[in-house]
Design a protein around this ligand. Sequence first.
Ligand SMILES: Cc1cc2nc3c(=O)[nH]c(=O)nc-3n(C[C@H](O)[C@H](O)[C@H](O)COP(=O)(O)OP(=O)(O)OC[C@H]3O[C@@H](n4cnc5c(N)ncnc54)[C@H](O)[C@@H]3O)c2cc1C
Length: 486
Amino acid sequence: MAVVREPTRQMSRQAFLRAAAGAAGALAAGTVLGPGRAAAAPNTTGWDGLSTAINGHLILPDNGQFGAAKQVFNTNYNGSTPAAVVTPTSVADVQKAMAFAAAHNLKVAPRSGGHSYIGASTANGAMVFDLRQLPGGVNFDAASGQVTVTPATSLYAIHEALAAAGRGIPTGTCPSVGAAGHALGGGLGAQSRHAGLLCDQLTSASVVLPGGQAVTASANSNPDLFWALRGGGGGNFGVTTSLTFATFATHDVDVVVHNYPQQAFAQVLVGWQNWLRTADRNSWALADSTTDAMGQHCRIMATCPAGSGASVGNAITSAVGVQPSGTENHTFNYMDLVRYLAVGNLNPAPLGYVGGSDVFTTMTPATAQGIAAAVNAFPRNAGRMLAIMHAMDGALATVAPTATAFPWRRQASLVQWYVETGDPQAATTWLNTAHQAVQQYSVGGYVNYIEANQPASRYFGPNLSKLSAVRQKFDPGRIMFSGLNF
Ligand SMILES: Cc1cc2nc3c(=O)[nH]c(=O)nc-3n(C[C@H](O)[C@H](O)[C@H](O)COP(=O)(O)OP(=O)(O)OC[C@H]3O[C@@H](n4cnc5c(N)ncnc54)[C@H](O)[C@@H]3O)c2cc1C
């Protein structure tokens, strides 16, 4: 720690002015301050005191490590200028840094896995809390079947630790996504039809509130905060320092992939939804379309209990009504499934991407044609594009829409629009075209696929007013930064 800490205590006038300008910039960009809160700038004395008070590092813009410290997974945001990056090594460090931020009117942007679509965990003018040094890792309690993790633990690390006990949690497919950002926004993936969202398995969380108070959120302790943490989005109420999830027993799985010609995509989507309607909850499938330098192709990828792959494949073929142009069949143990869904890349390199989503109540032929039209409108030179359809039924849909902050419990599916590109302009223009193509069928978006400049109502629908009230209670000064104003 001393290696980086000593030089960072000395803040040059130039660095101070940069930090102050960043904070002022954030305020100018529409930051909402709480009642009676003045827009004060940070001061050098304050930084020095914080650096001395914590055991972790405080890295200011004039430190040689600042450039690396502020980097996130989406390289399109590496040009950001936070006011500082703090790397707490204990909950006490988080509390001190939170108290400092509140006292100095600095926004707090927690960083766990760093995969925010809009670089929210490296925001301009904010104090980034890089939580990767918090000790604890993954602790599975065999007696309760629950697992407790630190916020920046990667999804793959959790799967790997649980595999030894034959247990799993429901998550998305990207292995390097962080537990906190994922769970706080929902957490949607291949287990959601039998186990719901990752946030549905959250039983308790430790949270440091703006101002520095450490609290527990669970069904019995701060239940309103617990409600908000389950789908209310990262960066909104405080810094989550640990999360406890219920787990399920894992089993071997068959995987069935049907490839189709791109012209059939709309029909594939309708068939995919029709199959889901009849499928056992232990089965799951996504449908997607990829556009890259090689051209366009679409497919359905299903998972189901080992031994049932052949019948699931036949059922999908008859629901779609199009003969697949190619098929793949596998039987995996659970960890091999996790690795397969990660496309074998367990530690993906950071890259530039632009993404978003639309949520659909039903998948009518018109909705499917709207999605296919959006895909066909993608300009080939704008990067590699995927339109990925997530199923929103099964266990996820057994939860009442108002039971957690995640509102989309009565909808059929959502599409993730995702473009890998280091030149976001063309991709963003197309993303707007895609939204327009499905506008009449879309009821909102998924906060884990957050887009810049969107109203919070798009992500929280009818749950927004309760969410705003919870935010007002726990973060009245709007210290926390999430990229959403509410
Ligand atoms: C390649 C890729 C694939 C993905 N696949 C899926 C998928 O299959 N299913 C799915 O549901 N999602 C998926 N996602 C989206 C992912 O769930 C979100 O981007 C998620 O928010 C990332 O969390 P993080 O901790 O890695 O990111 P971060 O950038 O660290 O955090 C995301 C947000 O949460 C806040 N935050 C982080 N940590 C904390 C904390 N401890 N306390 C409070 N706030 C915090 C941040 O400030 C930021 O606003 C994917 C993302 C990528 C890049």
